[in-house]
Ligand binder design. Structure first.
Ligand SMILES: Cc1cc2nc3c(=O)[nH]c(=O)nc-3n(C[C@H](O)[C@H](O)[C@H](O)COP(=O)(O)OP(=O)(O)OC[C@H]3O[C@@H](n4cnc5c(N)ncnc54)[C@H](O)[C@@H]3O)c2cc1C
Length: 331
């Protein structure tokens, strides 16, 4: 527990979309009456929705990163360290730099990319789900002379479900602008069934938009492995797709530390109460991609959850205002 009388220590793990919003909100609303600490292994906040723009050369890394230390202007202390454990009995977080106590803990550690989970992925697939990987796709498409680009998604959760559709369209536009679209075929595979329904349903609309751009869609294709020598993506039941350049979303899972400490036990994240974001441990909350909420793994969702939770914690600590229900706007 935090030693000083009446002062509470709120620790936020992860300075991504959810963590940075929660930290800034709490720092602003609690002033210097309580202590707000933000922890991340990185020095920078990285704005991941811009990775596709990085890939096609419309942004550079400096445009989409900000020093996390800047949050200190808002009464928040930033600690750069690896989170290595959470001990709910002693209300302590284990960091690579030592232990810190908490009165309230907000976990916003996101999902981690796990290319190792698909055999052959690391040797053969490109993706834009990490900053360095997005920069490698940029080089790969710059030097691409023509052939088949295969875009696809794995089983399980991943950041931003619509992004693979955006990636297809951005590649289509990119090669049109370079005057070589006639030499590039783009195809897409997904484990999902072919969408059906009203034209305004987002998935129906996205499917139609891809077909309008002459991008062939392979539905119910479940990736088993990749054969780099034959340049084939191997699916279940003997299906296979060939490629000249493979662009595939890697599998994602919650941070290993969340499994190791016992807070997460599902591949979709930490179980939370949907209306409060409380976890099974007292005074520990989860938001964003690492929370198992019935919502997309998206920055917009993480932002809304962070705002609502920060508001409700402020109400709890100051007794001022009314708590808000977790009411998310998402597709
Ligand atoms: C290509 C792409 C396009 C996207 N497009 C959109 C979009 O258009 N709209 C949208 O809403 N969302 C989009 N997203 C998704 C969005 O970026 C994520 O959903 C969002 O960042 C999740 O926020 P978060 O706070 O839960 O996790 P993150 O932003 O992933 O932050 C987690 C933080 O925790 C840190 N961390 C993790 N483990 C540890 C550890 N053990 N120790 C210390 N630090 C650790 C990481 O360094 C990271 O800073 C996109 C994502 C990608 C990759």
């Amino acid at each position: 527990m935090h030693p000083a009388n009446g002062r509470k220590q709120i620790v936020i793990l992860g300075g991504g979309s959810g963590g940075i919003v929660a930290a800034a909100h709490l720092g602003r609303s609690l002033g210097n009456k309580h202590d707000v600490i933000l922890v991340d292994r990185r020095e920078d906040h990285v704005f991941m929705p811009a990775f596709l723009f990085l890939m096609v050369g419309q942004r550079n890394p400096a445009d989409i990163t900000r020093k996390l230390k800047k949050v200190e202007k808002r009464n928040v202390k930033f600690v750069q360290a690896e989170v290595i454990g959470i001990d709910p009995d002693h209300q302590e977080v284990g960091l690579s730099t030592g232990k810190i106590p908490y009165d309230y803990l907000i976990v916003s550690l996101g999902l981690q990319t796990r290319p190792d989970m698909v055999p052959g992925f690391q040797e053969s697939a490109h993706h834009a789900w990490e900053l360095d990987a997005a920069m490698r796709v940029r080089s790969a498409i710059e030097s691409f002379k023509g052939g088949r680009i295969l875009v696809g998604v794995p089983l399980g959760p991943y950041r931003c479900p619509p992004a693979p559709y955006e990636a297809q369209w951005m590649l289509d536009t990119y090669f049109k602008q370079r005057g070589m679209r006639d030499r590039v075929s783009i195809e897409y595979f997904t484990r999902e069934p072919e969408p059906a329904g009203e034209a305004h349903d987002p998935v129906v609309w996205m499917d139609a938009e891809s077909k309008r751009r002459n991008i062939r869609q392979h539905y119910e294709f479940i990736v088993h492995s990749i054969n780099p020598e034959r340049k084939m993506v191997m699916g279940l039941y003997g299906y296979a797709l060939s490629y000249d350049l493979l662009f595939m979303v890697p599998p994602h899972r919650p941070a290993q530390v969340l499994y190791d400490c016992g807070l997460a036990d599902a591949e979709t994240g930490i179980r939370v109460e949907y209306d409060t974001l409380e976890t099974k441990w007292e005074n520990v909350y989860a938001i964003g991609d690492c929370a198992d909420m019935p919502a997309s793994k998206a920055g917009g969702v993480a932002h809304q959850e962070a705002d609502i939770l920060a508001h409700n914690l402020k109400v709890k600590l100051t007794g001022q205002g009314e708590p808000k229900p977790v009411w998310l706007h998402t597709i």
